[in-house]
Design a protein around this ligand. Structure first.
Ligand code: NAD
Ligand code: GLY
Length: 363
């Protein structure tokens, strides 16, 4: 995929999905510069955001939408609010505001706001258009692209949702300047994921440039976001609804989701849980004879270098993991399937592992 330059500091990519294709605009100042209004089809829009992001970026966004009737829903902030109860607040506001099928929803926030808004858009009156304006690193490199939308259930992560693509993704890299360090590091986990599953050259670049990223060097960041989005767009374009290859984007997630669910979405951040999950997937891949010990070490080292956990929570037992992992969405016909690595840059989805390897990793 060849990115096209729009302005000196912005580039645009395309997620190629036939009549559901859409652009990703990446760059500094994009909330103001990307002409978001062009993606609004009717006269009304409803912006969904949360109590932390609204004071920072809501005004800048609404300023770009003169002439459009704007309603707003400001949700409580946190993964523990990504549920049906809070989703209903979006529907209530839409019905009260007499929003019809031409209304556009706009998600202004991280992955929680993006996933909830996307699911609201997928289901309100059987579907209205929506735009993603991601403001966390994790959302900019992963959750805003690809059309996975969902809410959590107390018994399982992202259990209720739909595949539903946005009209556009507007990535304003300036928003990362206000992102807390811990959230920023959590986003790096999903960046590292692309290197591990499909892009060994990018993984090596990350090893060299981890400190520049942690320092939020704007050039390094723009490159990492762009390269992550290119990787994600390629996989999504090949397999929109995860019939096959798209599952590799879930490297580490089966372990990670088990951690998040165990902690009832109030403990580790998604990216932190995925980070340790990727280490566990690498260890399992080594036990399966597919990954050299040296590559497991490189994986662990890069994750540690980015300030992310490499050991699962001490209070989680093997049985805790197993009880939660059997509910994973990759379980088919009762068989647990995991994303495993065949070295750095190559991933595969496999049910072909011995239970005792899994037990070793979970001990
Ligand atoms: P998040 O949405 O909870 O945001 C993290 C925190 O940062 C929140 O407190 C938020 O208010 C705050 N924040 C957001 N932008 C900010 C900014 N610019 N400045 C200051 N604070 C800001 O978490 P996340 O890591 O963005 O997303 C995690 C969620 O994404 C999980 O629910 C996960 O399941 C989901 N996810 C979905 C996909 C997908 O494909 N749909 C992929 C990966 C993750
Ligand atoms: N984050 C996993 C996916 O988009 O498929």
């Amino acid at each position: 995929m060849n990115p096209s330059a729009t302005t000196a500091s912005a580039i645009s990519l395309n997620v190629d999905l036939g009549d559901r294709s859409y652009p990703i605009h990446i760059g500094s100042g994009q909330i103001s510069a990307a002409n978001i209004a062009q993606y609004i089809q009717g006269k009304k829009a409803l912006i969904v955001t949360n109590t932390s992001i609204a004071p920072l970026y809501l005004r800048a966004l609404t300023d770009q939408l003169q002439g459009v009737q704007i309603d707003k829903v400001i949700l409580e902030d946190g993964e523990q609010y990504k549920n049906l109860e809070n989703l209903n607040k979006i529907f209530t506001a839409m019905i009260e505001g007499q929003h019809d099928r031409k209304t556009t929803l706009i998600a202004l926030g991280g992955g929680v706001v993006g996933d909830m808004t996307g699911f609201a858009a997928a289901s309100y009156q059987r579907g209205v258009p929506f735009i993603q304006v991601p403001t966390t690193l994790l959302a900019q490199v992963d959750s805003s692209v690809g059309g996975k939308t969902a809410v959590n259930h107390s018994l399982g992560k992202n259990m209720i949702g739909a595949f539903y693509q946005p009209q556009a993704v507007i990535i304003d890299t300036d928003t990362l300047s206000t992102l807390p360090d811990r959230e920023f590091r959590a986003g790096l986990a999903e960046v590292i994921k692309y290197g591990l599953i499909a892009d060994a050259e990018f993984f090596a670049w990350l090893e060299q440039n981890a400190q520049a990223l942690l320092d939020r060097d704007s050039k390094a960041l723009a490159y990492a976001i762009q390269r992550s989005c290119i990787n994600k767009a390629e996989v999504v374009s090949a397999d929109e609804t995860e019939q096959g290859i798209r599952a590799i984007l879930n490297l580490g997630h089966t372990f990670g989701h088990a951690i998040e669910t165990f902690q009832q979405y109030r403990g580790w951040l998604h990216g932190e849980a995925v980070a340790v999950g990727m280490v566990m997937a690498a260890q399992l891949s080594a036990l399966a004879g597919n990954m050299a010990a040296e590559d497991v070490e490189r994986t662990k080292n890069l994750i540690a270098l980015c300030g992310l956990p490499t050991q699962f929570p001490e209070n989680m037992s093997r049985d805790d993991f197993m009880a939660l992992m059997v509910r994973d969405k990759k379980v088919l016909d009762g068989q647990l399937r995991l994303v495993l690595l065949k070295g750095i840059g190559f991933a595969t989805v496999s049910a072909d592992f011995e239970l005792n390897w899994l037990e070793q990793v979970l001990t």
